[in-house]
Design a binder for this molecule. Structure first.
Ligand SMILES: [Zn+2]
Ligand SMILES: [Zn+2]
Length: 291
């Protein structure tokens, strides 16, 4: 595959631009294995699965990511929940199908539980003018983020646009979503998630929590199989679990402040209600080990 030099440009400037994209084309660079192995030596007795060495095609095989420890997170965090900034706003962009409206409602409920914060779905607005690229038949995620930054509510912990149309950024063939590290904004697309309700819903919930993690200044995870792991394709995104690993959970808990047991209890109820038995069982097992 021919590599567009812009891919590397964007990635190397990723932290400078304070944006996280979550899909890409490919370039072999390799992960910082030394750091990852150090963390992988922590024997996990809670059932969290350590991330195995990456394979060609997978995110970490192609992108050099150093990971982010809890201490590094505390030093780098730029979006902390406060009393004045505590609400997650989900902003429908453009026309959504009845199925996607239902998915947005579940997204709101999940955001409330996962991030232990109030969340609401706003009235739809049109997709920002000028973001459509007629040569690619896709929407420019960066242009949409710039617009969202301007209309973000003052009390937003996060302001995230959701749309049915496909997104891209320059240099990449598409992105599932784009999250800003320090502007409290993000945008996700449901365009590539298929027509089966349950599968589409699960993918939508996963992209929401993953991008929200970035909006809360969390980098990609390199330690465990975790919702914060980067993904290079839909199959890799599907392999990613819905939960946060112990490293990433500690970051969220420090930022948001919640009762871990109460959060797990609510998540288990939510997963059961949706028929996500595997996820419910995993957290139930965690709960029983912790008690
Ligand atoms: Zn990501
Ligand atoms: Zn993690």
């Amino acid at each position: 595959m021919v590599i567009d030099r812009k891919i590397l440009y964007y990635f190397s400037l990723g932290s400078f631009l304070s944006l996280w994209f979550c899909s890409c084309e490919k370039e072999k660079m390799g992960v910082d294995e030394k750091k990852r192995i150090v963390y992988s030596t922590i024997e996990d007795d809670m059932g969290f699965e350590k991330l195995p060495p990456s394979k060609p095609g997978e995110w970490l095989y192609h992108f050099r990511e150093k990971g982010q420890t809890f201490e590094e997170y505390k030093a780098e965090v730029r979006n902390i929940k406060t009393e004045k900034r505590s609400t997650i706003y989900i902003q429908p962009l453009g026309t959504l199908s009845e199925m996607d409206k239902e998915i947005l409602d579940k997204m709101r409920e999940y955001a409330t539980i996962f991030f232990f914060s109030s969340a609401m779905v706003n009235e739809p607005i049109s997709i920002p003018e000028g973001s459509f690229n007629k040569n690619r038949w896709q929407f420019d995620a960066n242009k949409i983020l710039l617009k969202l930054e301007k209309i973000k509510p003052d009390d937003a912990l996060a302001y995230v646009g959701v749309m049915s149309e496909d997104l891209y950024i320059e240099g990449l063939n598409f992105v599932f979503g784009l999250g800003s590290f320090d502007k409290c904004t993000g945008v996700y697309s449901l365009a590539r998630y298929g027509d089966d309700y349950k599968i589409r819903l699960k993918r939508a919930l996963k992209v929401m929590t993953h991008e929200m993690g970035h909006i809360l200044s969390m980098n990609h995870c390199i330690f465990y199989r975790c919702i914060m792991c980067g993904s290079n394709s839909l199959p890799e995104a599907d392999r990613r679990p819905m939960h946060l690993c112990p490293v990433c959970l500690e970051k969220l808990e420090w930022n948001i402040k919640f009762d871990r047991s109460e959060r797990y209890r609510r998540l288990i109820d939510f997963y059961k209600q949706l028929g996500f038995e595997e996820e419910a069982n995993f957290l139930s097992n965690l709960q029983s080990i912790s008690e």
